[in-house]
Design a protein around this ligand. Sequence first.
Ligand code: RM4
Ligand code: MN
Ligand code: MN
Length: 430
Amino acid sequence: MTEIVSESLIADQNAMLADRLAQDYQHLAGQLRHRGIDVEEITNKARAFAVAVPSWGTATGGTRFARFPCLAEPRNVFEKLEDCAVIDKLARCTPSVSPHFPWDKVDDFNELREHADNLGLAFDAVNSNTFQDQPGQARSYKYGSLSNTSQAAREQAVAHNIECIEWGEILGSKALTVWVGDGSNFPGQQHFIHSLERYLDSTRKIYDAIPDDWQMFIEHKMFEPAFYSTVMQDWGTNVLCAMELGPKAKSLVDLGHHAPNVNIEMIVARLIQFRKLAGFHFNDSKYGDDDLDSGSINTYQQFLIFNELVDAEYRSTPDFDPAYMLDQSHNVSDPIESLMNSAAEVQRSFVKALLVDREALDEYQDANDALMAANTLKAAYNTDVSPILAMARMRSGGAIDPIATFRATDYRQQLASARPAADGSSSGIV
Ligand code: RM4
Ligand code: MN
Ligand code: MN
């Protein structure tokens, strides 16, 4: 299906915009030169930037009230990968896909890997799912999975995580992300210490099955689906457990999984300092785990997070290689458009963070010049780097304007009959 988005169509669309881009790029290059920044160096770094697409983000999301599917939704992981290939063809910064099991379970994982290879895609971290019951499952996760009071339920959840690792090995993944919905809705329902002991006991068994060249990403979340307490509730519990488990275990930061007003960039700095930063699930939010498109609400926060990440690279922090992934729910927009746009917004924060004058910032910090330190960050944040992003995409074979180019293909209409709508409209993952 990627032939609908052909190279010649991208070239035709780019031809209409190329002159204007060249002018804007030259103008920005001149502005940056005055600040001692070589635009080509930044553009090369932008081209090397990558963020993984969540396979589950290619279908329309939903709330617990309703789901409004878009036309020609992918019906299985093979079609999801085809959409991911379209995203990368146009956006050129999303060469890998993070799969979710058992949603993406197939009979032949070699065939799936080959399908991805043919589309020019690789697999990022595999995600296990013990927050839902599957048809025919022996034990229920109603009262938790890795921390369930029932040993049989815990063993079932451990076994699922281990099968995810095995499938991931065939796919070429290098990490397992573990997020559980375990928690409680009533004070007193769960013994806080015992439930975390059970969680740790289970995760130790998973950790033992993690191959030597793999990592285990632990994802916390303050609330939902449990609304009084969750077993893996915040970055503190997360990093404590990651430290308990060992060096292959690290803490994953999903931007929507924190208490309101938490200083996420500071959490990121702490995790970097103690070499426990696994990576990110990028999304944006206003109220809770809203899973809105990256860069749609709080762009300064996203920039400040990248400021910490670029600072870590600038200081040549050892073992620093965080995984970047999107984790969003697209309820009212076309998932392909949202994922392209969000990937570019994450890339935008990265590029802006590259513009921070780190020597000047160091000096202002040492001199306690609060205002100028803040202004140094703002000078980078306030720079419109759009021409760099567009130039990076074009030079990598992508679209100067991915959304307009995608719309010019009429992709959904073209696939409408080949991908008929599935029956019914259930609520989606929130
Ligand atoms: C959860 C969490 C996980 C994701 C699922 C779909 O809220 O963010 O990372 O796998 O949603
Ligand atoms: Mn997540
Ligand atoms: Mn979430």
